[in-house]
Design a protein around this ligand. Structure first.
Ligand SMILES: Cc1ncc(COP(=O)(O)O)c(C=O)c1O
Length: 398
């Protein structure tokens, strides 16, 4: 049997890895499963994006390799949107990198900036592509626990000087998955300043930039002065337009940084199907009409979720952004044990906080990927498991 590399052996189990098989088994057993696991909405993409893909399928030139350049109108649509939405001028050809979903870019960018002996600071819990890119680059992850104490912000002042001296990359994601936290502008200013002082690449994952509620409008990192010198920002069609499976995103950075990611990618992929990029153009161009009504659906689900989980014994805050509720469990209750029981006994799929890293222990995450009444039913079932586990621990304690 060929031996795995030590790099590969350092990979933990991916958080969602075993869920699809368990879900299938539960459904086969006739269980009424409520899946609130992945951030993968049940809602349709913009109709114009679907029509654009259908039309593109008939165009012979679209069938060829896109290469790094891809479908130029996609770059132009992104550039126009970055200006409309964030007031940022971005050159379509040199400052945008089309991606096969933002995940691969988030991981691949590490290859250009990290090597053995280098450190990447990674929030914990976090989206696992950051860890993947760091480990595949043979660099050392320094995980910083996101806890209520710092409003789920990574406070760089708390990181030991010896670690900061070796840090070449900082991964940040606000609005945040899984905690749903947002970052105040003053915080982002401090982060950009530190990255500039120390020549750290700030990898800013803005996958949820279009999912702000109650009038909150998430910024681009490039709205912060000086960020262009050190930051690369990642965007995605996945959450904004309900297009997770289409695998379409992009990165924005100054030409030197964007070019580095493009170069890495030229050795690992040959570009997204240009028909999908044409659909991406249609999606981005439907932003003004599509996003507000889509967001209203998520806002209503959020309200239903917060009310229902509170009514069933959970103390949760209403998030200002994202499609997630990050729900605390009583002290000492294992999030994995809770979610295992919730799934196996009640047929509800939720994500244990510890699945996103040890710093996520004590919480679990649900996604707003079902209608309000189904989320409310999931909350009811979660309340049953919570009560049973609390009673069991009281009995043991007595
Ligand atoms: C924080 C974060 N970044 C990036 C992504 C990946 O998005 P994409 O579908 O563009 O790869 C996700 C998806 O869940 C996410 O939660």
């Amino acid at each position: 049997m060929p031996k795995f590399s030590s790099r590969f052996s350092a990979f933990p189990i991916y958080p969602l890895a075993h869920i699809p098989a368990r879900k299938k088994a539960l459904l086969a057993a006739g269980v009424d499963v409520i899946d609130l696991g992945a951030g993968d909405a049940d809602l349709p993409p913009p109709p114009k994006a679907v029509a654009a893909l259908q039309a593109a399928a008939e165009v012979p030139a679209m069938q060829r390799y896109g290469f790094g350049l891809g479908h130029v109108p996609y770059r132009e649509a992104i550039s126009a949107w970055m200006h409309t939405r964030f007031g940022q001028r971005v050159d379509p050809l040199t400052e945008i990198v089309p991606l096969l979903g933002s995940k691969e870019g988030l991981a691949h960018v590490a290859f250009a900036y990290l090597g053995a002996g280098d450190v990447a600071i990674i929030p914990d819990p976090a989206y696992q592509a950051y860890l993947g890119g760091t480990l595949m680059s043979d660099a050392t992850p320094y995980v910083y626990a996101l806890r209520p104490r710092t409003n789920f912000l990574v406070e760089l002042d708390e990181i030991p000087a010896a670690v900061m001296a070796r840090t070449r990359v900082l991964y940040l994601n606000y609005p945040n998955n899984p905690t749903a936290a947002i970052a105040p502008r003053e915080y982002l200013e401090r982060v950009v300043q530190t990255c500039r002082e120390r020549d750290i690449l700030l990898v800013y994952d803005n996958a949820y930039s279009e999912m702000g509620f109650d009038g909150y409008v998430p910024p681009s990192i490039f709205e912060i002065e000086g960020a262009r010198d050190v930051a690369i920002e990642f965007h995605s069609l996945s959450k904004t337009y309900n297009m997770t499976g289409w695998r379409c995103g992009w990165a924005v950075a100054k030409p030197e940084i964007a070019g580095a990611l493009t170069k890495v990618k030229s050795f690992t992929d040959t570009g997204q199907y240009m028909g999908i990029q044409a659909a991406g153009v249609a999606a981005i161009e439907s932003w003004a009409e599509f996003v507000p009504q889509n967001l209203a659906v998520f806002a209503a689900r959020r309200d239903a979720a917060v009310a229902a989980f509170r009514a069933n014994g959970f103390a949760c805050e209403a998030p200002k952004a994202t499609m997630y509720l990050w729900i605390p469990l009583p002290d000492g209750m294992s999030s994995a044990a809770f979610c295992d029981r919730l799934r196996e006994e009640q047929g509800v799929i939720a994500m244990p906080g510890s699945g996103f890293g040890a710093g996520g222990e004590g919480f679990f995450r649900i996604s707003f990927i079902q209608e309000g009444p189904r989320i409310a039913e999931a909350a009811r079932r979660a309340g049953v498991v919570l009560a049973a586990m609390q009673q069991a621990s009281e009995t043991i304690g007595a």
